[in-house]
Design a protein around this ligand. Structure first.
Ligand code: BGC
Length: 530
């Protein structure tokens, strides 16, 4: 009997020891995985680092590309497209105008009634429509434009009698088309390529105004396109309508881009007639007196009169900027390689709204795979591209609750991961912060490049200059931490004194409003509004 008892006791002891060993082993394994996960985060953070020295290198490289893009067609990854906006709005525009703002998964139809000198916008109405994904890729050009025009026609059909154009004119439309387009006039332009998840091959190489006009004819819609602009150019025009100090515009939304006012004689690739002089001013009416060079970033602008200088609005297409100085991680490279446009839009892919959430998802997905960050198996939803949108990372990044419950609920709702510990949620916030910080600081470096190119990055003693940049896009508008980080970084880059002369002005729906105003300033019917 005693022997049996001893045997059982020994057996129990062995089993307990074995169980304890399993627990210890599991803990060690878990600790090892956690260490591995933390190493991955640290490595990612280092690869995304944007110290000021690096941002200055990025800015130098961008200025070189800007100059190359202005010198010759195809001379640079930065297309530096010349817009045909030769005169920015003056505030005297008057009458009924429409805009169609197409640039992402949603488009807007907008109607403005402009009151003329000193009266501004006296009536404004819009509708927003989302585009079915099936029409963004794989469909035909006609199908996409038919869908858009049907909504535009419906909007017009529902208008009351107050919004009928004068008998002497057709309805006029400003078309904001936020993709790279080479223009040959204010109301025509050939699509170079799609970006931001659109991919309809047959539209590439076609005049998109013609595509839109043909669809309007198919729908019997009596309307003409008076101006076609990129959203960055539209935002610049809309910004200038509201504030005369606006000399540039930046879009931080689904995609990203910038436009600014450039001296026509600095655009070496421009062989057409120079636009009317002195109608647009750059850097608050200052006139450049010497050529820009990188060595002397200050390209001096003097005299407060804009006599004799012709200026043009340049659509930079800065989303396509690429440089060895950009801080890129393996996750960015993987995202690019698997995107619809590999090798293109690299700047955009590290800082715009379409991609920030996707970068975070890729990091988490690798951590799940390599370091069992969410347990022994990789949660299936974590493998779905673009399932994590930037609004979600903005909400998680800005979660101020002590137990990070916003993070917990997003991770549960989006990835169906229910059991995240506080420790894990903190790491998720950290990853969101790394991605957003890099994007915001790179945007600041882009803005610095424009200011340097225009000579607005220095200020002489006693000079009272204001340089305003119109900002549009949901990322800038809604992601507060991103916006704050961008502004702080610009302050660091410019120094307090110059920074105080620069105003970043949120221009809500500036691109649509700007296009309608440009339709007014480029109207065929000037003089027949009343
Ligand atoms: C397009 C630009 C556009 C920007 C912001 C980019 O993907 O190439 O033309 O201005 O997105 O919408």
């Amino acid at each position: 009997m005693r022997k049996v008892a001893v045997g059982i006791a020994v057996a129990c002891g062995v089993a307990a020891a074995a169980a304890a060993a399993v627990v210890v082993h599991r803990r060690m394994k878990k600790a090892g995985k956690w260490v591995k996960a933390m190493e991955m985060v640290k490595d990612f953070e280092e690869k995304c680092a944007t110290p000021l020295s690096r941002l200055r290198q990025v800015s130098d490289a961008m200025i070189v590309e800007m100059q190359a893009g202005l010198a010759s067609e195809g001379g640079s990854k930065l297309k530096m497209l010349i817009s045909y906006v030769d005169s920015l709005p003056t505030g005297k525009e008057k009458g009924l105008f429409y805009a169609l703002d197409l640039g992402g998964t949603n488009f807007r139809v907008l109607r403005l009634v402009l009151g003329g000198k000193g009266r501004g916008i006296i009536n404004q109405q819009f509708v927003e429509v989302s585009i079915p994904t099936s029409l963004m890729t794989g469909s035909s050009s006609d199908e996409l434009f038919d869908f858009i025009v049907a909504k535009l026609a419906k909007f017009v059909a529902q208008e009351g009698p107050d919004f009928k154009p004068s008998p002497c004119r057709q309805r006029e439309l400003g078309f904001t088309f936020s993709f790279p387009v080479v223009q040959t006039s204010i109301a025509s332009g050939t699509l170079l390529k799609w970006t931001k998840g659109f991919s309809i091959n047959e539209t590439v190489g076609r005049d998109v105004v013609e595509e839109l006009t043909k669809a309007m004819e198919r729908h019997g819609l009596d309307m003409r396109v008076s101006a076609m602009v990129n959203d960055a150019v539209g935002t610049l025009a809309g910004g200038r309508y509201a504030n005369n100090d606006v000399v540039a515009a930046v879009i931080l939304g689904t995609g990203s881009n910038a436009a600014y006012v450039e001296r026509a004689d600095a655009i070496l690739k421009w062989h057409g007639p120079l636009p009317r002089s002195g109608e647009m001013v750059s850097c608050s009416s200052l006139i450049p007196i010497s050529e820009h060079s990188i060595a002397s970033t200050s390209f001096l602008w003097k005299n407060r009169v804009a006599n004799g200088i012709s200026l043009k609005v340049i659509n930079m297409e800065w989303g396509n900027f690429k440089s060895a100085h950009l801080p890129l991680s393996e996750y960015d490279l993987e995202l690019d390689a698997e995107s619809l446009n590999p090798g293109d839009q690299i700047f955009e892919k590290v800082m715009s709204g379409m991609y920030l959430g996707e970068i975070v998802r890729r990091v988490l997905s690798w951590m799940a795979k390599e370091a069992a960050f969410f347990g022994d198996t990789v949660p299936p939803k974590l493998k779905v591209p673009f399932i994590l949108g930037t609004p979600a990372i903005s909400a998680m990044h800005q979660d101020t609750s002590p137990d990070l419950k916003v993070v917990a609920s997003h991770i549960k709702d989006i990835f169906e991961i229910t059991n995240t510990s506080l420790k894990i949620r903190r790491v998720i916030v950290q990853i969101c912060s790394i991605v957003a910080t890099r994007g915001a600081r790179l945007s600041a470096a882009g803005i610095l490049s424009i200011l340097r190119n225009m000579g607005c990055d220095t200020i002489t003693e006693g000079e009272e200059r204001r340089t305003a940049i119109a900002m549009d896009g949901g990322l800038y508008e809604h992601y507060t931490e991103y916006r704050k980080c961008l502004v702080n970084c610009l302050n660091e880059l410019l120094g307090k004194e110059v920074f105080e002369s620069v105003v970043l002005e949120l221009s809500n729906d500036g691109s649509g409003i700007g296009a309608a105003i440009l339709a007014a300033s480029h109207s065929k019917y000037i003089g027949c509004y009343d």
